[in-house]
Design a protein. Structure first.
Length: 320
């Protein structure tokens, strides 16, 4: 875990009371400093404008600072989302916060983490209520996942995650090129596959390490057969009970039914994900899913052959 040492005289004016509070509280020990999780635990994004208002130079922190309007919008969004989470908690059902484009994801993550700390608390529930989504086509996915797992352990709440590959591939690369920053996306699909599988392993190892003290849960939202097979083998190796809620599998309704039904037949937790809403709202989502799972088209002939064999088996069987 990276640690940062504070030197307020070099970067800020002395009359920044908010930063003085944090510096005095955390940075009295110039050797130990503080790490990223400790900082985030005591610092809210809404405080960022006040924090950087007296910075002597424009650096990364100042550039990342939301405007006053954006800060107010985040606060209003938090109120609206929390009303949904409150209802989910009252009904004892899980709620998933989806991922979006890279440039807006930090704000979504901030809201998700605040709600997880409150509603996934070990003292309130025996399982997570709020799940955040991790896009493994992002190059920072493993680091982000590791931070959030560690955060859940320190702050004593159940870790809840949905793991996907990602659906804004071309848009992310185009935006990075337009704004002259490094693409946040892995260079190859193989790197994305590897990242997804490694993230699955990280979560499973976390489950093993916390034992009965926490109840982490993850939904593997994937149509990739190899990733599913690797996850099943890891569950077997680590003795993770398939009848518990630790690992779930999900595929879109109408896609990869052969995987969903095979998992269900073996009594794994398998689900069909059903987009709901007006056609104008749902169609773009489905098109992104098709783009994300374009490699599936190479397996169409395999699936068709499986269907034909099953039809043949049933038809011939009915004749005898």
């Amino acid at each position: 875990m990276r640690k940062y040492v504070c030197s307020r005289q070099h970067f800020i004016d002395e009359d920044n009371a908010l930063l003085e509070k944090y510096v005095d509280h955390f940075c009295h020990d110039a050797v130990n400093g503080m790490d990223y999780i400790t900082w985030c635990q005591h610092f809210m994004p809404s405080e960022l404008p006040s924090l950087v208002s007296k910075c002597r130079d424009t650096g990364s922190l100042a550039l990342a600072c939301p405007s006053d309007i954006e800060t107010k919008e985040m606060s209003r969004l938090l109120v609206r989302v929390e009303s949904l989470v409150q209802e989910a908690a009252a009904l004892n059902v899980r709620i998933f916060i989806d991922a979006e484009q890279y440039y807006m994801q930090p704000a979504i993550d901030s809201i998700a983490l605040q709600l997880q700390e409150k509603y996934n608390s070990l003292s309130s529930f025996d399982h997570p209520i709020v799940f955040n989504t991790y896009q493994t086509y992002l190059t920072n996915a493993k680091e982000k996942l590791q931070f959030d797992i560690e955060r859940s352990t320190r702050m004593r709440y159940h870790f809840g995650a949905k793991l996907v590959r990602g659906a804004y591939l071309e848009g992310e690369r185009s935006r990075a090129l337009l704004h002259n920053y490094s693409s946040p996306i892995h260079n190859t699909i193989e790197d994305t596959h590897s990242c997804f599988d490694e993230c699955v392993q990280k979560i499973m190892m976390h489950h093993v390490s916390v034992g009965n003290t926490q109840s982490p849960e993850v939904v593997l939202a994937t149509h990739n057969q190899k990733s599913i097979e690797l996850a099943l083998q890891a569950m077997k190796d680590l003795k993770i009970n398939k009848h518990e809620n630790t690992i779930r599998f999900a595929q879109l309704l109408g896609m990869s039914d052969n995987l969903t039904f095979a998992l269900a037949k073996q009594r794994y937790k398998s689900y069909k994900y059903i987009p709901y809403g007006e056609v104008s709202e749902v169609l773009p989502y489905l098109l992104r899913r098709l783009e994300e799972n374009s490699s599936l088209f190479g397996n169409v002939s395999k699936e068709i052959n499986s269907i034909l064999r099953e039809l043949q088996r049933r038809f011939i069987g009915s004749l005898y």
